[in-house]
Write a protein that binds this ligand. Structure first.
Ligand SMILES: *[C@@H]1O[C@H](CO)[C@@H](O)[C@H](O)[C@H]1NC(C)=O
Ligand SMILES: *[C@@H]1O[C@H](CO)[C@@H](O)[C@H](O)[C@H]1NC(C)=O
Length: 403
């Protein structure tokens, strides 16, 4: 009896160790902590898969647990005034320096878009709440953190349109005036899917003929920028990396466009392009736009048109901002792009850096050799990481100097 128990315990330990263990590159700091954190994410993902397989709930409903776990009630404190409001019908959380309005001092403003693959996340998660407060206190800025609607059920273009409505509403002179914001010092920023939305709204706003107040800057933190080629070198190199394995990123893209699960299967094989999107592949050609060291070990193969029915939104630059021609890029404001080495989205960011620079845009590129996807979410106990603190500090410093 005792030996059976011991054997059982041993097997559980072996299984747990096997399960926790994921190969993590040597230059990532706090590797064990990342392994355990990732173990939690992977367990949840397996549970989500299983529950979808049994027909109990949708995959994303289970993954939403992460959002609920980190949810806080944003409240005012002695330095920051917080209010939940609606801008043109879209929910936002506004963070302002706690000082009397009417002192005449004009402030900067940042419209912030949270990450989570257009399916998860909330501006009311602890790490985003903390980041917004830091922006208020360190930059003397007003922060508008947008609670855009999520897929499923709100597929593209709903999340984009929600954000766009907020940006246009906020940039009206009387609204800026109400918040004592300097119209010349407004930026849009976001991480991951939020970086995608930030890049998309910045482009679309430049195309509006009657938009008088312009954005001063865009700051994109490991943004997703294209859905045409899901086999760039970074997608290949990092397909099993913690937090955002390739399968999850592809699932986010697929869910952004449709609830049709067969589209996910097609996207996973990277054979999902329509005739329309194939014509735009030249804008995401990594063999042209990636710096040589990153493409060296990989062979470029041209993609073909899918025989399955594909999503028309694939060719829409509001979903894939890398798809605009240079003429649109040329009009963009000063840009900050952060990329991480161990991230499937690394090459999306790198290609945008190259294309923007070729178009003459002022770009600051910060690449973290020791970074992984989702780092800025890891600023709070028990999952705080040193690299996250450095990243946030440098990001805030850039905003301080450029906004
Ligand atoms: C991508 O670039 C390579 C050259 O590096 C070229 O051979 C290929 O035709 C290009 N493909 C597309 C779709 O632009
Ligand atoms: C790229 O092509 C070369 C020559 O055909 C081949 O030797 C190499 O294994 C290929 N590399 C990859 C990553 O497929």
């Amino acid at each position: 009896m005792r030996s059976t128990g011991a054997l059982f315990l041993l097997s559980v330990c072996a299984l747990t160790a096997y399960y926790i263990y994921s190969p993590i590159p040597d230059n990532i700091e706090q590797r064990w902590k990342l392994m355990i954190t990732d173990c939690f994410f992977r367990s949840l993902s397996h549970l989500a898969d299983f529950s979808e397989l049994l027909g109990l709930t949708d995959y994303m409903d289970v993954m939403m647990f992460i959002t609920f776990l980190e949810r806080v009630v944003p409240v005012s404190d002695e330095r920051v005034k917080v209010a939940e409001e609606h801008f043109d019908g879209v929910e936002v959380v506004v963070y302002e320096p706690r000082q009397d309005r009417g002192t005449g001092e004009m402030k900067r403003a940042i419209i912030y878009l949270h990450g989570g693959g257009w399916c998860l996340g909330s501006s009311k998660m602890g790490p985003y709440d903390l980041l917004s407060r830091q922006m208020v206190t360190e930059l003397n800025a007003v922060v508008v953190s947008v609670e855009y609607r999520l897929a499923p059920p709100y597929h593209f273009p709903v999340p984009f349109e929600d954000v766009y409505r907020v940006v246009k509403y906020f940039l009206q002179p009387d609204v800026l005036d109400r918040y004592e914001v300097d119209p010349e010092r407004v930026a849009v920023s976001g991480d991951s899917a939020g970086g995608n939305l930030a890049a998309a709204v910045t482009q679309q706003l430049q195309l509006e003929p009657n938009q008088h107040v312009k954005l001063k800057a865009q700051a994109l933190i490991y943004p997703a920028l294209q859905a045409l080629d899901l086999n760039t070198p970074s997608y290949q190199q990092n397909q099993h990396m913690p937090i955002l394995p390739r399968t999850l990123m592809v699932r986010f893209w697929s869910e952004y466009f449709t609830s049709d699960k067969s589209f996910l299967t097609t996207m996973l094989t990277n054979n999902h392009n329509s005739a329309e999107s194939i014509a735009l592949l030249k804008f995401v050609n990594w063999s042209v736009f990636l710096p040589e060291p990153y493409r060296r070990a990989y062979n470029y193969s041209t993609l073909s048109i899918s025989t399955d029915k594909t999503s028309l939104s694939l060719a829409d630059p509001r979903a894939s901002p890398l798809l605009v021609p240079d003429a649109v890029l040329r009009r963009l404001p000063k840009t900050y792009i952060l990329t991480s080495e161990y991230d499937v989205l690394r090459d999306d960011g790198m290609m945008y850096v190259t294309r923007l620079r070729l178009a003459g845009v002022d770009v600051t590129h910060e690449h973290y050799e020791e970074g992984f996807h989702g780092t800025i979410m890891f600023t709070l106990w028990p999952t705080e990481f040193e690299v996250a603190r450095r990243i946030v500090d440098n990001y805030l410093l850039w905003l301080k100097e450029n906004l």
